[in-house]
Design a binder for this molecule. Structure first.
Ligand SMILES: Cc1ncc(COP(=O)(O)OP(=O)(O)O)c(N)n1
Ligand SMILES: Cc1ncsc1CCOP(=O)(O)O
Ligand SMILES: [Mg+2]
Length: 228
C-alpha cells in the first residue's frame, strides 16, 4: 500500500509545540508547502489525545493524498487506518508487527530506524522493512543525544539493500545539500519545519533545497571562474 510514494519531504510532528487544532493546522501548512509523508510522533502517553490527534491527521493526509505513518504504536496505527508505522530499537519487533498487520488484513508500511548500524539495516531489509531510516545526520535540536550517522550510509543502504532510504536528525535547508549526493529517497525533519515562524514557507524551502541538492552541492565545490 502506497509504497511507491515513499519519497520526498517527510515531516514528523512536534506535539510538545502543537496540540489538536493547532497541530492539524501546522501539518496542513507543511503539506501545502510540499511535505509528502507525515508521521504522528507523540510521547505524551495521553491515550485520548493520541487517538484524537492521530485520527485527525489521518483524515487530513487522506484528504491531501499524503502518506500517513504513526510512530511506535502499532495499535494506534491500525485503529486510525494509518498507512503504516515507524519502529525503532525500543519498539515492537518488525516480524511481530508485520504479523499483527496481516492478522488485521492490512498491507501496511513498516519503517525501521537503523541509526548508523549497517547490520541492523541488513536484518531489517531481510525481514521486509519497507523503508530504512538513518541518523542523526547532524546534531538534532529535538534529540540532542542521538548518536551521529555518516551521510555515506544513505548511499550504501540504497544501493545494497534495495529499500527506500530516509535521513533524519538536525537536517535543515542549509545542510540538506550535503546529503543529496547520497541520494536519500526521503528527508525527515521536525524542527526545521515545525519550529519555523512560517511552516508552509519552511516546508517549501526544504522541498526546493532537496530538489536542488546535488546540483547545488556540486556548484558549491566548483572552482571554475569561467562557469561559476
Ligand atoms: C523517519 C524516522 N526515522 C527515525 C525515527 C526515530 O525512531 P526511534 O529511534 O524509535 O525514536 P523515537 O522517534 O521513537 O523517539 C523516527 N521516529 N522516524
Ligand atoms: C526522532 C529522531 N530520531 C533521530 S533524530 C530525531 C529527531 C529529528 O528532529 P529534528 O529534525 O528536529 O532534528
Ligand atoms: Mg520509536
Amino acid at each position: 500500500m502506497r509504497r511507491g510514494e515513499l519519497n520526498g519531504l517527510y515531516v514528523i510532528t512536534d506535539t510538545t509545540r502543537f496540540q489538536r487544532e493547532a497541530l492539524v493546522e501546522a501539518v496542513s501548512e507543511a503539506i501545502q508547502g510540499g511535505a509528502r509523508i507525515v508521521q504522528y510522533r507523540d510521547k505524551s502517553g495521553d491515550a485520548e489525545r493520541r487517538r484524537d490527534e492521530a485520527a485527525a491527521l489521518g483524515e487530513l493526509c487522506r484528504h491531501h493524498g499524503r502518506v500517513f505513518i504513526v510512530n511506535d504504536d502499532v495499535a494506534l496505527a491500525t485503529e486510525v487506518g494509518a498507512d503504516g508505522v515507524h519502529l525503532g530499537r525500543e519498539d515492537a519487533p518488525l516480524t511481530d508487527t508485520r504479523a499483527r498487520f496481516q492478522a488485521a488484513g492490512l498491507d501496511a508500511i513498516i519503517g525501521v530506524s537503523c541509526y548508523a548500524d549497517r547490520l541492523r539495516a541488513e536484518r531489517a531489509a531481510a525481514e521486509g522493512a519497507d523503508y530504512l531510516a538513518f541518523g542523526a545526520m547532524f546534531p538534532s535540536p529535538t534529540k540532542p543525544h542521538a548518536p551521529g550517522a555518516p551521510a555515506e550510509v544513505l548511499g550504501w543502504a540504497r544501493e545494497r539493500l534495495g529499500r527506500p532510504v530516509c535521513g533524519i536528525g538536525g537536517i535543515t535547508a542549509t545542510n540538506v545539500g550535503d546529503l543529496m549526493p547520497h541520494r536519500p529517497d526521503m528527508i525527515a525533519v521536525i524542527s526545521e519545519v515545525f519550529a519555523a515562524p512560517d511552516i508552509r514557507a519552511a516546508a517549501e524551502t526544504m522541498a526546493q533545497a532537496m530538489a536542488a541538492g546535488p546540483i547545488e552541492s556540486l556548484s558549491s565545490t566548483n572552482h571554475d571562474p569561467e562557469n561559476p
